[in-house]
Structures are given as C-alpha cells and as structure tokens.
Ligand binder design. Sequence first.
Ligand SMILES: N[C@@H](CCC(=O)N[C@@H](CSC=O)C(=O)NCC(=O)O)C(=O)O
Length: 282
Amino acid sequence: MSEALELVSATKSFGGWLKRYRHQSRTLGCEMIFAIYLPPQAQDGTVPLLWWLSGLTCTDENFMQKAGAHRVAAELGMAIVCPDTSPRGTELPGEDESYDFGSGAGFYINATREPWSRHYHMYDYVTRELPELVQANFPLNGQESISGHSMGGHGAFICALKNPGRYASVSAFAPIANPVNCPWGEKAFSGYLGEDRDQWKNWDTVELIRAHGFDQGLLVDQGDADNFLKDGQLRPEALEEACAAAGVQLTLRLQPGYDHSYFFIATFIEDHLRYHARHLGV
Ligand SMILES: N[C@@H](CCC(=O)N[C@@H](CSC=O)C(=O)NCC(=O)O)C(=O)O
C-alpha cells in the first residue's frame, strides 16, 4: 500500500470491503477522501472498476450507503470507486455559501476563473490523478466504466465524451444533460469558467455530442416525478435531440413515479451494474 494513502475506515460488506482513504491531492491542492468497494474476487486477483460520480451536496459516502450496490458488485466481481464531489477546505471566499456552487458542487470540470482555478480541477482529478492512484494501489485489471447521478451523471458523460474508448460503458441517473442551458449549470459555469459561453461548451454533454458525436451507447434512467426535471435542470429532451441528430445510440428510460432521490437510484442500480459488467466482459 502506498504511503500516500491513509485508511480512514474499513467495513466488510457482502464478502468484500468498503474502504475509505484520505490522501493529499496534488491536482486539487487539498486533502481528499475517496471510497472504494472491493468485491470478494479482489482478494484473489484483479477486477474491473466502475467509477461512480455523485451529485450536488454529496461526499464519497452517499452512494456507498444508500444505493445498495454492494450485493451485485460482489456477485459480479466489480470494484466501485466514489470520489468526493469537490475540493474541500480550500478556504476560498464563498466556498460553503450555497449547495450548488463550491463545496459539494465541483461539477467535474477544470475551473479557469480565479479564485476557483486555484483548486477546482475535478475533471483532472477524476480522470487522471485518482485513476493513477487507485490503479497503483488496488487489484484492478485496468478495465473501467463510468456512471453517476445528476451533477455526477453530467460528470460521467463528459469524462466519457472527452475520452472516447477509455471507458467500456457509460450510464447515468437523471443527468444534468445540458448545463449550459439550465440554472445549476449557468451558475456553476459562470463562476468556474467566466462569462465566455463558448468555453462552457467544452463541458456540456449536449454540446460535446453535437460537436464530436460518440461511438458508444449511452444508458440513462430518468424519473418522471423528478422535481428537478420539472424545473428544467436536467433537459433529457436536449440530450435526445442531440443524440438523434448525431446518430448516437441513446437508451433513455423514463421511469414513471420516480423522483430524484437515492430510492430511485437504488431501484435501478442493479440494472446499471449488470449493463456495465456486460461491457467490461465479466
Ligand atoms: N439540498 C438541495 C438538493 C440537493 C440534492 O438533491 N442533491 C442530490 C443530487 S442533485 C444533483 O446533482 C443528491 O444526491 N443528494 C444527496 C442524497 O443523499 O440524496 C436542496 O436543498 O434542494
């Protein structure tokens, strides 16, 4: 085990282990905690990895505690890593003032605007630093897929779209599909990137699909009783239009009666895990 990782906790779950680690991130310039679920199969060999990117207000803990993913991950022999959702404790003014900007709201992008550009490089953290760290320290076979919820669904999509072929598969629950055209995205992108909306397009799923297409499929579950859908934060219709125009294979399942919560995620997570397992060859 690398000296750079400090074990915070270890909890046995479905024959595997949920472990939380603290480390000093060179990318973010602060201390970070991430969680990893290691299935029983990781005790005897290497296993593939699913990245889970969580939504606004979350830490590494929400998914691991609420999604009920461990039973199926243990059966499939799949590790899951949950990063935190932003740098922490940077002491930037306003960092903790709102739930949808700053702490807990890194949006998985690289900020270019001061002062956020000093720490808020979550895209580099989740696509470079953390993958190198976990690959070096855990029995992983190098195969990865990615998924996430809401802000994390947006994160999963931009990571996959900006790195074609890297992830065996990508899926999302209620993703913020078109942040350049919704209140959450407009607030975050103007704060982190400044007022040049052309720069925002580099971090927007719909715009990336329009500009570059995508050769892999996208799986999305969306509850039709989701308040944030009604508020225009998620815009699956824009994703549908962009995919249709670019010939991208989108499976968008509108799930009647489900809201935006982890009860929705827990209901459909098994389906997503099995989808990723098929693409990861397990
Ligand atoms: N607290 C906010 C709503 C925050 C919220 O609903 N966060 C979601 C993700 S939303 C998009 O990224 C979440 O996953 N929350 C954590 C959980 O465990 O449910 C408000 O006041 O409306």
